[in-house]
Design a protein around this ligand. Structure first.
Ligand SMILES: [Zn+2]
Length: 274
């Protein structure tokens, strides 16, 4: 069972958060099987009228039999799953050393931090999406990235980024909650400026309920890792007006039969033969 917060407890301990992640990792395949029944047959996604009670058991058995016979296998164990099991076993008892460091050395002192733009953060490693899947041990936190890093936020991020005046390898980020306007999440990410890729991320800690886990990470840490390691290096999306979009479409479909014609400048061979 995942852990529950005690009365007056605001966040899980690292061990509790890790153990909860271990449970959800194991439960993923079970919940996926349950979800497939609801997705394929919406009858099961709604409240079933009481009049179905005499036959509901038979209906459910028939539904599962059809899915078992005609749907592909939900999960086939691969080397990735074995690596995942090894990682879970390795990290489930690990301590959050960055959290310990912040508490021991009082690194949350506001006077020691300097607010900077994302572009002013030097030495933070460039990441790939595969790194985030690897770090989170799943897909849930990665799927949540888009909810935090909406397109508008890429040009005007809602995060507040701070660098420490002495410790160059730690960044502090404040980000507003998606659910409560009055709540701001505070998190830290530690990185090694001499190392590349995911290996350079040496620690992370968020003050949210599950933020101290080191088996995976919370959605806030994942979203910030995306923003600092991937998003800020990508070209800004060009926002076109509706008129421009319409004119573009008119140019592309200007063939006599309404067929799309290629832009000659995209084609090296056309240019060279003209
Ligand atoms: Zn968090």
């Amino acid at each position: 069972m995942p852990s529950f917060l005690e009365k007056n407890q605001t966040s899980f301990t690292t061990e509790q958060a890790n153990l909860s992640r271990k449970v959800t990792t194991c439960r993923w395949s079970v919940e996926s099987a349950n979800g497939r029944i609801k997705n394929k047959y919406t009858f099961w996604d709604n409240v079933v009228p009481i009049s179905y009670l005499p036959i509901i058991n038979s209906l459910f058995r028939i539904t599962c039999a059809i899915i078992n016979r005609f749907s592909p296998v939900l999960l086939t164990e691969t080397l990735y799953h074995q690596r995942l099991v090894d990682k879970v076993e390795l990290r489930v008892r690990a301590n959050n050393e960055l959290k310990q460091k912040i508490e021991d050395f009082d690194l949350d002192n506001r006077r020691d931090w300097l607010k900077i733009p994302a572009s002013g953060l030097e030495g933070f490693p460039t990441l790939m999406m595969a790194d985030l899947y690897d770090l989170t041990c799943g897909v849930y936190q990665v799927k949540n990235i888009s909810k935090y890093n909406a397109r508008m936020q890429r040009t005007n991020p809602m995060y507040e980024i701070f660098k420490h005046k002495v410790c160059t390898g730690i960044v502090k980020v404040l980000m507003p909650s998606r659910f409560h306007r009055s709540i701001t999440h505070k998190l830290w990410i530690e990185f090694d400026t001499e190392t590349l890729g995911l290996e350079a991320i040496t620690g992370y800690y968020c003050r949210c309920q599950i933020g101290s886990r080191v088996l995976g990470c919370c959605s806030h840490v994942c979203a910030v890792l995306f923003h600092l390691g991937i998003g800020r290096h990508e070209p800004m999306p060009v926002k076109k007006s509706y008129i421009t979009l319409l004119l573009d479409a008119a140019e592309r479909y200007s063939g006599e039969n309404g067929t799309e014609i290629e832009d000659p400048t995209d084609n090296i061979y056309l240019e060279s033969f003209d």
